[in-house]
Write a protein that binds this ligand. Structure first.
Ligand SMILES: Nc1ncnc2c1ncn2[C@@H]1O[C@H](COP(=O)(O)OP(=O)(O)OP(=O)(O)O)[C@@H](O)[C@H]1O
Ligand SMILES: [Mg+2]
Length: 381
């Protein structure tokens, strides 16, 4: 491990350069890699030749310390490296199956879906699960939660922690919440996050929602390209941070109704291609009565599959858990001599059965992808 990540530990980086860099929000060697030479030249006013040299030195320094991979590596080394990627359990069997063991570190996972489909609940649940011991499927790490919609609820964290028999106060202490007020602020939080991630053993970064502020600030088609450019910067930064600092990252993205769609699901992810291209994994959440469907849409190595999950006091839960709860409620209701007909409506959840078989989901996602590419001009990387 490299003990010294201070900027002046790099050969040729003296106090003047160190000050220039830290004034621009680049605080350590990791930050140099995350931001890259072009951006560093832009924000510090330094020559690009110089910043390239500095960033190369930083890369060498981290490679020597075993913190990042070499530029040229054999496939077997990559394979070995991938074995060391951390996984965070979702606390459910169904979603763990979908994620092939859990949410991965060094990757950006985009969760998109309509309002109320459980994106925020999922982010809350993962904020608790990442703190579990390694034996229990966690990473014993903390969380940086970027809340752009003011929907972070400590009360939910408390009940999720209690449901998993964890100490709620400790769990709350390990979540650093950054409330972002506008898209520039949201980006700034991430740009400044390096030292916080390092000092607090952050293993999960949440951006909920990653896209909302950009969308509300850049309205109309004329501003689309600027919006996508800025969003591109944010999402790339998030992805690079996840890779460099070995943490998991979740970006949520809403879908919106598209009136020009006649078949399938008339929705598409707001972030468009930018988020889709940058994220390593994309999960589509869809409401289905009281249950939810999660589908792995885009992954370099997972099959395109889907599972059913539910939402409850414990955050995201297995559908069987939800059924047990319903039965319990039913029993209580019967004890109270509630009218038979009422009870039956609660117990029976026929919607779920039908949804599993429906081919609509298939068409849905495809439609989403198609429309998305029609509607958003892809940005040049
Ligand atoms: N304590 C709870 N117990 C059970 N279900 C809950 C609880 N709290 C919230 N929910 C469920 O979570 C849903 C809201 O989910 P969530 O806030 O994650 O949606 P979202 O996808 O983030 O939506 P948006 O796009 O509006 O942000 C509610 O409709 C409800 O079904
Ligand atoms: Mg939400």
């Amino acid at each position: 491990m490299v003990e010294d990540l201070r900027l002046d530990s790099l050969e040729g980086v003296g106090p003047v350069t160190t000050r220039k860099l830290s004034d621009a929000g680049v605080h350590n060697v990791m930050d140099l890699i995350v931001r890259g030479p072009v951006e560093i030249a832009e924000i510090t006013g330094m020559e690009k030749d110089t910043t390239e040299k500095i960033v190369n030195k930083a890369r060498q320094h981290l490679v020597e310390g075993g913190l990042i991979a070499k530029d040229f590596v054999s496939a077997s080394e990559i394979y070995k490296h991938r074995q060391s990627i951390g996984r965070i359990t979702t606390g459910t069997n169904c979603l763990d199956t979908l994620f092939d063991g859990g949410l991965e570190t060094q990757a950006l996972t985009e969760v998109y879906g309509e309002f109320g489909c459980g994106k925020t609940q999922f982010a809350h649940t993962m904020s608790v699960m990442v703190q579990k011991s390694k034996e229990e499927g966690g990473l014993e790490g903390s969380v940086l939660y970027i809340d752009t919609e003011n929907t972070f609820r400590p009360e939910r964290i408390v009940s999720i922690a209690q449901a998993h028999e964890m100490n709620p106060e400790k769990v709350l202490d390990n979540i650093i919440v950054a409330r972002a007020y506008n898209s520039a602020h949201q980006t700034l939080i991430l740009e400044e996050a390096g030292p916080i991630i390092e000092e607090n053993n952050i293993k999960l970064i949440v951006a909920d929602s990653a896209v909302g502020l950009f969308r509300s600030e850049y309205l109309g088609r004329g501003t689309l390209s600027t919006r996508q450019q800025k969003l591109n910067h944010f999402v790339h930064l998030l992805s690079r941070i996840a890779e460099t600092y070995n943490c998991a990252a979740i970006a949520t993205n809403q879908v919106m109704a598209s009136p020009d769609v006649f078949f399938g699901d008339p929705t598409r992810p707001i972030g468009g291609n930018v988020v889709a291209h940058t994220s390593t994994y994309r999960i589509y959440f869809k409401k289905s009565g009281k249950k939810r469907i999660a589908r792995m849409v885009d992954s370099p190595h997972h099959p395109e599959e889907e599972v059913i999950f539910a939402l409850g006091e414990a955050g995201v839960i297995d559908p069987e858990e939800a059924e047990k709860k319903t039965k319990k409620t039913t029993k209580k209701a019967t004890a109270k001599k509630t009218k038979k007909s009422e009870v039956e409506t609660t117990v029976e959840t026929p919607e779920v059965e039908t949804t599993v078989e429906t081919p609509e989901v298939e068409t849905t996602v495809e439609t989403v992808m198609e429309i998305e590419s029609d509607d958003f001009e892809p940005l040049e990387e």
